[in-house]
Design a protein around this ligand. Sequence first.
Ligand code: SF4
Length: 472
Amino acid sequence: MSDKQNLFNKVWDLHTVGTLPSGLDQLFVGLHLIHEVTSPQAFEMLRERGLKVLAPERTVATVDHIVPTDVQSRPFNDMLAEQMMSAIEKNCQEFGVTLMDLKDSRQGIVHAVGPEQGLTQPGMTIACGDSHTSTHGAFGTIAFGIGTSQVAYVLSTQTLAMSRPKVRRVVVNGELAPSVFAKDVILYIIRKLGVKGGIGYAYEFAGEVFDRMTMEERMTVCNMSIEGGARCGYINPDQTTVDYLEGRPFAPKGEEFDKAAQWWLSLASGEDAEFDDEVVFNAADIEPTVTWGINPGQSVGINENIPAVSAFPQEEQVGVQEALEFMELEAEQSMNGVKIDVAFIGSCTNGRISDLREAATIVKGHKVADGVKALVVPGSQLIAKQAEKEGLDKIFIDAGFEWREAGCSMCLAMNPDKLKGREMCASSSNRNFKGRQGSPTGRTLLMSPAMVAAAAIRGEVTDVREFSAVPA
Ligand code: SF4
C-alpha cells in the first residue's frame, strides 16, 4: 500500500476481486447486513434460481423498519408488516443466517446493531439494503447502501459490482462551540456542498473536529454523508475506534485484537495521502442548525434567517419557492419560534445512548409543551436498556415524552409511528423529504436531539443554548 493512497483506495484495492466486462469493479463484501424490508424479494430471487447464501457467516439480519415501537405482540396489526417479519424469520432459518429478532436483546436499527456488536470493523467493505449504510464509515470501513436486486447479488456471490468513486477530503478544523453537535456539523457541510455536491465522490471526513469526536458522533456524521450526495463517507480509524471496539461481542479477542488493531490503524490515510478534491471548513462558523425546506441541504443556523429566494442560483429558485410553500415558511424569516406539533428523538442518525443523554440533559426538570406529541425511540434494545439503567427513561416520561421500544419509528414511518395531516415535526432523523414521516403533507425540521428536546419543551423551534442544562 502506497503512502499516497488514502484509506478509501487502500480498502477498495484490497477487496477488488476483478474488473467486469462492463468496466465495474467486483468488490468482495466483508459484511452484509440485512433487514426485513429489502430482503424478502432478494431471498425469493435466490429460491427462483436455486441459489444459496454464499457466506451466511458474513450475513447478519435484524428487524427495524416495520417494527411497531409500542405494542409489539404478534401478529402485528399491519398485515404487510407481519408478512415481512414472517418472511425474514423463515428466510434466515432456511438459509442459515443469524437473525436478531424482537426476542433477541441485540435487536435494533441495523446501523446501530452492527457497530454495537463489533460486527463493523475498520478496513471492511459493508453492504446493506438501506441508504444510511454509510454510518459504518465512522470506523474506516467503506460501506454502501444497496437496492433489493443488489441484496440478492451479495447474498449469492458475496460481491458487489461498482464503479470506483473519487475521494473528497472534507476537513473541519478548530473547536465547536458548546451545544453544537455532530448533527449540526453534517447539516452545515451538506448545506455548504449541496445535496448533490457529493455525487461521484466518497467523503473522507478529517481534521480536528472529527479527531475529537466520539465514535457515536462520527456515526452521526457518516450516516448523513449520502444526504450530501456522496456514495459513502468515512473517518480514519484511530485510538478512539480501537477503544470502542475492544470487548465487543464480534470483535477479535486477546492477541488477535492487538494484531487487528495494528492493521486497522495502518489503513488510515497518511500525511502524504492524495485526494481528488479537498474542502476546508472552520468549526467556529457552525451554529445549532435546523432545516427549513424539503431536503437536508435547506438549513440555517438558528440565529440566521432563511435566505431570500434570489440568493439561490437561478436553477434552484423554483425548488426553493416550492419548499417554502410546502413548509408554510417565508424567505428571510427566522426559524426561531416556528411552532411544532411533534418531537421525535431517535433513528440511526441520532438514536444512540449519547444522543439520549444529551437530550435528557435539556429535558430534565421541564415539561413538554401543551399540544406537542413527543417520543423517544432508542436505536436498539441495548441502548434502551442502558438508558433505563441510567434513569433517562424516567426523565423523558416525567417530562411528558413517550418512551418506546427500539426501531426506525418516525424516521420513515413504515410502522404505526406517523405524522398526521400537516403536522410539523422537530426530528433528529436524517431526511425531511415530503411525506417521509408518513403523512404526504407532514412537515419535518431536522436538528440535533438536544434541539429537538428544546423544541418539545417550548413547543417551537428554539436555540438550545437558551436552556440552562441540568446534568441528567
Ligand atoms: S432509522 Fe431511518 S435511515 Fe435509519 S435504517 Fe431506519 S429507516 Fe433507514
